[in-house]
Design a protein around this ligand. Structure first.
Ligand code: NAD
Ligand code: UGA
Length: 476
């Protein structure tokens, strides 16, 4: 069979589908990329004439979209047409944790993957390579394959053929373009060697041969879950040691540096913080836990579940420390929250530690002013499930009488007047250069700064007279 790839479709224009196809379109100018989604608003945002209003903020993405959009990269809701004309289809839809039914709270909800597979089965023509880009439980390829093959009957049988591959994505948000451009590895799992070679040929336009790895399909699916589980496990490990540092007088930055110099451990992913967030770590570990439980490996399940437990404990302890340092009560105290995104350089707030920490502080009665350079306040409202405090004075009084805390968003950093405390939750660059001397004059004394990301200049804060709590520092 002389099958070649000219037309590519990606189902799902999200954090993975959008940037991944954009980078591929830039690197493979001879191929056409159709990125489709059921979410009309998201597609409209990808097609926005104002490039600063794309639905996803990623350094370097805007420039690539400028070069490729409507040339060989197209965003649309015409899913059927895109499937029909595709030689290769990436399934890059969301796979959140199931909220009800069998496996609720742990296993992945595959309803969007199944819907995509059914659409592919219905509309594909000729031979089509179907690639799992979403992170999926082990053996999902089997499910996709059986849906695709169930349409092959009678006349259809000669007209439609499918090859299913697994090609998980390892990009991290905030560095997506860098990661896609220079991946540590590209993993292709499957049985159809010809299809695997055709997919690898796309990557070979910019990825060196030795970074392209071929495995069987199940190893590929499991390797993706395991990568995320190992990364998350490192963060829970370092955060647990951070708490020990705080009570013993050690400093987590010194401990991280010392252990990271061991080449067997390595220095990356050893930054202690408020706890890992993001859409995937928790969901992928829980998926692994479910898999272990399903196969009766209870001890294995418990081992990985503890990584998630420690993370929740770590998020909870931050709010408790703030309350304790502010004399046991934060009711009606103004607290500045610096950063709401789950990490710097992204507007994504999914599973951000800031959500839990802010909720806890509001519950204790604090009045929060939240700042983030990229997150939209509408997103914050959706995450906190609490309306912001009205600006109008009268309405605001009634609001306060409700006995609970409140939050308000600020676009600029001119917010320190009358504040009792500042809490750094995301490591945005601009928080590194705050003039603490100036800020100290605006704050209520004794003023407190809680830095959960190790971004502030400790000497300057100390000189300003603001009390400093720094994560993992038992020496302050
Ligand atoms: P996302 O929610 O940002 O995007 C998924 C998109 O798929 C949504 O826009 C949704 O409307 C669309 N969709 C759902 N069903 C559809 C259908 N039947 N037809 C057309 N469109 C449909 O999700 P994401 O962050 O891009 O993640 C996608 C997958 O990639 C997940 O499995 C995730 O675990 C994995 N992943 C994510 C990251 C990351 O950094 N976000 C990194 C690696 C892997
Ligand atoms: C993570 C993985 O790094 C990617 O390889 C993977 O593709 C992706 O999940 C996925 O499957 O979705 P991402 O969640 O975007 O990427 O970002 P990370 O850089 O991994 O950060 C995750 C969380 O851990 C953030 O909240 C971050 O602040 C925190 N973190 C990270 C730390 O607290 N300390 C560190 O040293 C590193």
């Amino acid at each position: 069979m002389s099958f070649s790839i000219k037309n590519i479709c990606c189902i799902g224009a999200g954090f993975v589908g959008g940037p991944t196809m954009a980078l591929m379109a830039e690197k493979c100018r001879n191929l056409i990329f159709n990125v489709v989604d059921i979410n009309k608003q998201r597609i409209a945002e990808w097609n926005n004439k104002d490039f600063s209003k794309l639905p996803i903020y990623e350094p370097g993405l805007e420039e690539i979209i400028k070069k490729t959009r409507n040339k060989n990269l197209f965003f649309s809701t015409e899913i059927e047409d895109a499937i029909r004309s595709a030689d290769l289809i990436f399934i890059s839809v969301n796979t959140p944790t199931k909220t009800n039914g069998l496996g609720a709270g742990k296993s992945s909800d595959l309803k969007w993957v199944e819907a995509s597979a059914r659409q592919v089965a219905k509309f594909a023509e000729g031979h089509t390579i179907v690639v799992e880009k979403s992170t999926l439980p082990v053996r999902t390829a089997e499910v996709i394959e059986s849906i695709l093959n169930s349409t092959l009957s009678g006349l259809n049988k000669d007209k439609k053929t499918f090859s299913v591959l697994s090609n998980p994505e390892f990009l991290a948000e905030g560095t997506a373009i860098q990661d896609l451009e220079n991946p540590d590895r590209v993993l292709i799992g499957g049985e159809d060697k010809e299809a695997m070679l055709l997919l690898s040929k796309i990557y070979k336009n910019w990825v060196p041969d030795n970074k392209i790895l071929f495995t069987n399909i199940w190893s590929s699916e499991l390797a993706k879950l395991t990568s995320n589980a190992f990364l998350a496990q490192r963060i829970s490990s370092i955060n647990s040691i951070s708490a020990i540092c705080e009570v013993t007088g050690a400093d987590i930055r010194e401990v991280s540096r010392a252990i990271g110099l061991d080449t067997r451990i390595g220095s990356k992913f050893l930054d202690s913080g408020p706890g890992f967030g993001g859409s995937c770590f928790k969901k992928d570990i829980l998926n692994l836990v479910y898999l272990a439980e399903y196969f009766g490996l209870e001890e294995v399940a418990k081992f990985w579940e503890e990584v998630v437990h420690i993370n929740i404990w770590n998020q909870k302890r931050i709010a408790k420390i703030v309350v304790k340092k502010l004399f046991g009560t934060i009711s009606q105290k103004k607290i500045i929250i610096l950063g709401f995104a789950f990490k710097a350089n992204t507007n994504d707030t999914r599973e951000s530690s800031a959500i839990k920490i802010c909720k806890d502080l509001i519950e204790e009665g604090a009045e929060l002013i939240i700042h983030d350079p990229k997150v939209n306040p509408i997103q914050i409202e959706a995450d906190l499930k609490i309306k912001p405090k009205p600006l109008n004075n009268e309405a605001s009084k009634t609001f306060l009488n409700s006995n609970s805390g409140s939050w308000r968003f600020s676009k600029d950093l001119n917010i320190f007047d009358g504040s009792h405390a500042i809490l750094v939750l995301t490591e945005w660059e601009e928080y590194k250069n705050i003039d603490w001397n100036y800020v100290a004059k605006k704050m209520v004394k004794p003023a407190w700064l809680f830095d959960t990301r190790s971004v502030v200049n400790v000497e300057l804060v100390k000189k300003s007279g603001i009390n400093l709590w720094l994560i993992g520092d038992g020496g302050i």
